[in-house]
Ligand binder design. Sequence first.
Ligand code: ZN
Length: 150
Amino acid sequence: MSTSRCPNCGAQIDSETPCETYFHQMLFWESEVPALGVVHHYLVLCYYIQHPHLYSPEGLRFSIGELEEFIETDITAAQMREKIASDVNSRTRKFKIKGTPEAYGAYPQPVAWTMNAADVVARGRDHYIDSVSQWAKSVYDALKGTGQLS
Ligand SMILES: [Zn+2]
């Protein structure tokens, strides 16, 4: 077993196990234990923001703005969904969320993430809600540290 770095988020990973595997593990936990879904919005935002090519440039900015609002205010996931419904509705949305090979999100300088998908999985399902909340805060802090927040 050899280690390498994820080309997208820089996490030190076992080369047989890309970050995506951990993302799927967490989705699986959420489906096994529905109560864990309370942090689903953080899971998606953290994973995608750390793998910015999955987003379009506009989608990345939009999602960073969402994360900022979640951390800085007490808005709930349900309230956020309602608020952005018109933005994400594909008929009214003015930009694509998902990245394409021609247009994908990237950072002007590398962001030094302090926590990643593998860390959350390593802490186990019993600590999932706490771990994902911490992950979200760490992503927010790392973005703030490199001046990526609005
Ligand atoms: Zn990664």
